[in-house]
Structure formats: C-alpha cells, structure tokens
Design a protein around this ligand. Structure first.
Ligand SMILES: NC(=O)c1ccc[n+]([C@@H]2O[C@H](COP(=O)([O-])OP(=O)(O)OC[C@H]3O[C@@H](n4cnc5c(N)ncnc54)[C@H](O)[C@@H]3O)[C@@H](O)[C@H]2O)c1
Ligand SMILES: [Zn+2]
Length: 392
C-alpha cells in the first residue's frame, strides 16, 4: 500500500503473512523398527537427506542410539542419504561457538539442503545449539527435535527459540525458528540422572503458575508421585506442561517475543543472572526454582499474592527437592551492591523496551509490572534465607 509521499519520499508498506505448523508428538521408542511415526511425519522428495546429531551423554548410555536413529531415517527415506555425528552436550556446549561451528560444518559436509532434515537428539542445551546451527545453515533447514530431558520435553524443546551464550550472557546469540517437528519420546525421560529428571519439573510448576491453576493444583496433589519419579505421573506432567508452553507460543499473540511481556520467563530474571554468576555451574532448573521462589515471595511483599498461596508454591518446590535459596543471592560487588540485581537490567536489555517482569496474583494468574522495589527484594531475599536456615 502506498502510504505517504512528498517530493523526496515514497513509502510502500507490505504485510507478509506467515503461518507456521508447530507439530508436537508424544511417543515411545520412536526409532524402533516398525514404529510408523516418523514415516508419517516426514515429507519426502527426491534428494531428501537426514543428518542426525546425537548428544554424547546419550550415545554413551545407549551405544545403539545413533545407529537406531540412522536406520530409522534410512527406513523412512530409503537409500543411504543419511549421516550422523555425536557432539558433546550440556551447558558446556553453549558457552562458546565451538560446538555450534562444528555442527554447522558437519551439516554443510552432509549436504543438507532446505528440504532435508536435521534430527537433533539431546537435552535442552544441546537442542539450543543444534537448533541455532539448523536455523542459520542455508538460513534455516528443517529441524526435528528429539528432546531427552524433562526440561527439554516440558519446555525448551517445544519452544521456538535456540541459541548459545555469548559475552558471558545467557542465550545472547540465537534465533527464533519454528522446528519442523518436536518428538517427545518418553523413553528418554527415564534414563536421566534423578536430579535432572526431577529438576526439569520446575518449568511445569512455572507454566502452571502463570497459565493454569488446575494444573498447579494437580502438581500439588501429585507432588509425592512426582518426587518419586513415578513414570505415569512424570509423563503426564511433561505432556501437560509442553502443551501449555506450545499453546502460549501459538495462541498468546507474540510467538517471536516482539513485545516486552514474557510470561514464560516468570522467575527467570534472577535465574539467568545466577547461572551467569555461577559460571553456568548452577543448572537452569535449579536457578529457575530459586528465581520462582524469589518472585513469589516478592509478589507477597508487593501485596499481590496471598501469603498462603506463596506457601503452597514453596511447598511444591521443596516437595520436588528443588531449591528456594542459593548463596549467590547474597553475593555483592565491590560497591556492596547485590550482584543478582543486575539481572533486572540485563533482562530488560534482552527483551528490549520497558522492563517487564511477571509477578503472581494467584496460582494461574500473573500480572506484569514495570519496576521492582529493591528494598522489597531485599526483604524477600532475607525471608528466603531465613526459611532455608530453618529447614537446615
Ligand atoms: N530455547 C528455549 O526456549 C529454552 C527454554 C528453557 C531452557 N532452555 C535452555 O535449556 C538448557 C537446560 O536444558 P536441560 O535442563 O535439558 O539441561 P542439559 O541440556 O544441560 O542436560 C542436562 C544433563 O543431562 C544429560 N542428558 C540429557 N538427556 C539425558 C538422558 N535422557 N539421560 C541421561 N542424561 C541425559 C546431558 O548430557 C547433561 O549433562 C539451558 O541451557 C537453558 O537455557 C532453553
Ligand atoms: Zn527456563
């Protein structure tokens, strides 16, 4: 549409409509011979190839995994246009560009074009790096994610973001890119170390708190089964959380986060800062748990959330053996300022625009605020410190 002219300037604005199909599957043993899920999922054309990226920790747990995934891709595509490689995962693979660069090299060597597929099998950190490689090679090739941790199945793997850390900052480089599909294979859940298997439930607690009071009540009722990592309850929590995350992305009106409000990042301003302060030794799950606890107690201090509701939330976190405190909350810089507070400005910078933090009014109901009161944050930190000392 021709909008505006004067002697020097003519302006034409065009709308570019884009719709993405976000396919999320829940399955077991997807690479088993005869399992039809991938056959039905993948669109095949002449020359379609697959490159399989496997996280090293998984290849060690199941030495057959890589060959099973390759055989399945061959079964689906026919021919031998399938290659694979194992890469290291965990947060270490995100801290610089080396794994990202190696993955790009490998995808390029395998001749993957924009109609071919990259399969990425691994935890949240691995998928972030593999996703960034897939999003940038040829400006984006088709990615099928196979998340293997609780956190990546119930949150990050069903999202539309990818990236690596840079300048010591979490996820500083990255992209928004909708994967071709996400296959949550529940069999992976049960091989994780127990603390990682349990820890990823923090994102289910988070999404319940900001989106779904009934789900939060279900988590409360099932906290013992979840703590015991009973497979059916764990799987139900993962599925409900994944669907809530995906629904928010698809229907929340801001899939690529152009606005300032980011409800799925509840509790994350402090979490991301603590991860950075710990040199990424503190896991995302544990950092988010502390961040949630802090923002819940702060919500009470701000007069938004009832004390009894905050107590329910802290009990769920504690019931899942998730921390409500980390000593990093007490770390100060040379000027005596609490270092975690710098996370607020970094969070604002990452989002752009006005600082926007989601606080809670009640489980399932959030409210955006645009400033945080440092003296109330001090009180909230003191209360959490006191609580952990009492528990100890
Ligand atoms: N892109 C997003 O939208 C988004 C959202 C939330 C979190 N994240 C990112 O996700 C990362 C955290 O992901 P995570 O919690 O999955 O941790 P992770 O990827 O670091 O994995 C944790 C550990 O589990 C191992 N592992 C993975 N799957 C396993 C399995 N099935 N059995 C045994 N061991 C296994 C890994 O090797 C690693 O040592 C963080 O970097 C975080 O920033 C991204
Ligand atoms: Zn998170």
């Amino acid at each position: 549409m021709r909008l505006y002219t004067n002697e020097d300037c003519m302006r034409y604005d065009f709308n570019i409509p884009l719709t993405f199909r976000h396919r999320i599957l829940f399955e077991r043993d997807v690479f088993a011979p005869g399992n039809p899920v991938l056959e039905e999922l993948l669109e095949k054309r002449a020359g379609t190839k697959v490159f399989v990226l496997v996280e090293k920790a998984l290849a060690e747990i199941d030495p057959e995994l890589e060959s099973k995934a390759v055989s399945k891709a061959r079964e689906v595509l026919g021919g031998d246009s399938v290659a694979s490689q194992v890469f290291v995962g965990g947060e270490d693979c995100k801290v610089d560009e080396s794994v990202y660069n190696a993955m790009c090299d490998a995808i390029a060597d395998a001749g993957i074009d924009r109609h071919s597929y990259v399969f990425a099998i691994g935890g949240g950190a691995f998928l972030d790096v593999a996703g960034f490689a897939a999003a940038t090679v040829h400006r984006g090739v088709r990615l099928v994610r196979f998340p293997t941790t609780t956190l990546s199945q119930d949150d990050s793997g069903v999202g539309v973001k990818c990236g690596i850390n840079k300048y010591g900052k979490k996820n500083f480089m990255g992209a928004f890119a909708v994967p071709y599909a996400v296959v949550n294979d529940f069999t992976f859940l049960h091989t994780q170390p127990e603390d990682i298997r349990r820890g990823g439930l923090v994102e289910a607690v988070k999404v319940a708190l900001v989106k779904d009071a009934a789900f939060f009540a279900w988590l409360e009722d099932n906290v013992a089964g979840l703590n015991a990592l009973r497979p059916p309850v764990l799987e139900e929590a993962v599925e409900r959380s994944a669907v809530l995350h995906a629904k928010h992305i698809a229907e929340g009106g801001d899939p690529f986060e152009s606005g300032s409000s980011r409800p799925l990042d509840f509790g994350h301003w402090a979490a991301h800062k603590m991860e950075q302060l710990s040199d990424f030794e503190l896991s995302h799950a544990k950092a988010v748990s502390v961040g949630l606890a802090l923002d819940c107690v702060y919500s009470v201090k701000k007069g938004l959330l009832a004390q009894a509701d905050a107590e329910r939330i802290l009990k769920v976190l504690e019931g899942l053996q998730l921390p409500c405190w980390d000593d990093l909350l007490d770390q100060t810089n040379d000027e005596g300022r609490r270092t975690v507070l710098a996370g607020l400005e970094e969070f604002r910078e990452h989002l752009g625009g006005q600082l926007t933090i989601l606080l809670l009014k009640e489980p399932g109901v959030g409210v955006d605020v645009h400033e945080m009161d440092e003296s109330l944050l001090e009180e909230a930190i003191a209360e959490l410190r006191e609580r952990v000392l009492q528990v100890a």
